[in-house]
Design a protein around this ligand. Sequence first.
Ligand SMILES: OC[C@H]1O[C@H](O[C@H]2O[C@H](CO)[C@@H](O)[C@H](O)[C@H]2O)[C@H](O)[C@@H](O)[C@@H]1O
Length: 578
Amino acid sequence: IAWTTWVRTGVLKLGVGTPQEVASYYMGGSHIYCTGDLLKQVQLAKLFSDDKHFVDMPLQESPELVLKKFQQLVNVTPEGILSKEQLQQFVSSSFRDPGQEFELWEPQDWMSSPQILAKISDQKLQAWASDLNAKWKSLGRKIKDDVRTRPMFYSQIYVPHPVIVPGGRFIEYYYWDSYWVIEGLLLSEMAATAKGMIQNLLYLVERYGHIPNGGRVYYLCRSQPPFLTLMMDAYLAHANDTEFLRENIHLLEVEYEFWQRNRSVSITVGDRNHTLNYYNVQIGEPRPESYSKDWELASDLNEDARQELWAELKSAAESGWDFSSRWFLSWPPPLPATLKDTKASAVVPVDLNAFLCKTEHLLASFYRILGKEPFQAALERRLEAVQAVFWNEAAGVWLDFNLLKKQPNPAFYPSNLAPLWTDCFSDQAAAERAVRYLEGSTVLSYKNGLPTSLFRTGEQWDLPNAWPPLQHMVIAGLAKSSSSRAKEIAFDLAQNWVRTNFALYKKYQAMFEKYNVDGDGKPGTGGEYQVQEGFGWTNGVVLQLLDLYGDRLTSGSPSTLFRAWIVAACLFLLDLKW
Ligand SMILES: OC[C@H]1O[C@H](O[C@H]2O[C@H](CO)[C@@H](O)[C@H](O)[C@H]2O)[C@H](O)[C@@H](O)[C@@H]1O
C-alpha cells in the first residue's frame, strides 16, 4: 500500500537513490522474489534448470519468518554461503511448487462452434481452428482468493478475473500477449472472458499506475508495449458496451500518462523539437527470473557497468523483444555483437511510437463518443514527429532512431512497418513505398514466415525466428492499404504463416510461441529458454488470419495424389491433341 501511495502521489521518482533502493521500493520491497541474499544464493546455485521456477514458488511461511530462518543459517555458515544441498533443503521446507496459486477454472462463455468456423473453406483448417478454439480452456487460469488475502506469500500479483496465459513456463498473464489473446477470444465469441482480462489490466493501472510486464511482483518495475487502449477498442468493436468505456476511460488515460511521464524523450530535427517515447527502465540488479544468466553475463564488469547493463536488459525486456540485435549498440554489424552490447534506452523505437499514436487516435475518438475533445492535438504532434524522426526517404520506410549515434538504424525489422498497421502516417503513398521496401530486400523469400531480422545473433528476436505478433502487424498493415500489390503480399504472408503453423501442429500436436524460418519450418530457437508451447498469441493470430482470409487460405501444397492426377490429365489432353 505504501509504495502504491508513493507512485500515486508522485513521491517515488525513478532514478532517485541507489539502483538497489529504487528496485526495492519499486518492487514492493520484496526481499525474497526481487532482491536480496536469499534470491542471489538460490539462483546462483542453479537449483532449477530455469531460474523462473524459484521466483514462481509460493511461500509456506511468512516472508519475515523465511528470511529470519535463512539469516540464522547464513550466520552459522562459513563465509555465509550455503551449500547447494543446504539451499535445496531450505527451499523445499520453506516454499511450495509453482502453480499452486491457481484454482481449476473453465470459461463459462466457451462454445464449441463459434461462427468463425463456418467462414473457413478448407476442411483441415476448419478442424484445426476448432482445436485452437478448444485450447482457450487449457490456457485459462483463475487466481485463488488466498493470493488476495495473503499476497506476501506469493510472487503472483492478484487480479480479480480469470486470465488466458501464454502457456509453457509462462503461467501468468503477459501484457502485450494479452492483446492477441483478446482478439482471438473475441473471434471465439468469448467476450466475457476478454472483458475480464481488460478489467484486470485496468485494476493494475488503478493500483500501480502502469501495467507490469507480467503478473508477478518481479515484473513490477517494467511494463511492456502499450496495448490497453487497443484492447478496449477490440472489445468495443465486438460488444456494444459504451458504459464500460465511460467508467474506465480515465484509467486508459492514466496508463497513457505513464508512458508520457516516464518514457518520453525530446529530439530536435532542424529547428523543431519532437517528443517521442522509448523503453527505459533505470533499475539495476539482475532480472530475478533470469538471475544467473544476467549475473554471468556481467561477470567481468565493474559495479557501475554491471548495474547499467542490467538496467539495459530490463529496458529491452520492456520492449517485448528480449533480446535482439535491434537493441545492440554496435550496428550496423560487423557481428558478432552480443547481448552485452544491449543499450535499449538509446533507441527510439518505431513500433512503440506507432502503438502510442494509435492510442492517441483511439482516445480522441473515444472522447468524441463521450462528447469531449482532448487528444486530437497530441495525435497531430505524434504524426508530425513520426514523419520527421522515423521516416527515411532513401529507405522508403520508417527506421528506429539511435539517440547516442544520432542516426537511424538502417537494418530490417518488421517493426519498421508498424505505422502502416496503426495508421500513423499522412502520406498515402506510404503503402506503395513499403511494398518496394519489402520487395527490395530478401525478407519475402522466407517461405515459413517473415523473419524478425536478418542477423543471426542467437537471440530469440532475430533470424531465424519469426514471431506471431510481428506477422500479424505487417499482414494487417498491408491488407488494409489501398495498394493491390500490398494486399497480395499480405495474403501471401498469411498463407505462408498459416501453412507453417498448421504443418507443425500436425507434426507435434502443438502450437509454439515462435517459429524458425529455416528449411521446412521448425519451432523457434535461441534465446535464454527452450521454445514454449501453448500458445496464447500464436492461437490468437491464426484465428485472426483465418477470420481475414478464411475463404482463400489452404492447409498445404496440393497433395501428391492431386499433383499426379493433374499430370495425368495434362498428358491425356496432350495425347488427344496429337
Ligand atoms: O524469462 C525471460 C523473459 O520472458 C518473457 O519474454 C518472452 O515471453 C513473453 C511471454 O510470451 C513475451 O511477452 C516476450 O515478448 C518474450 O520475449 C518476459 O516477458 C521477459 O520479461 C522475461 O525477461
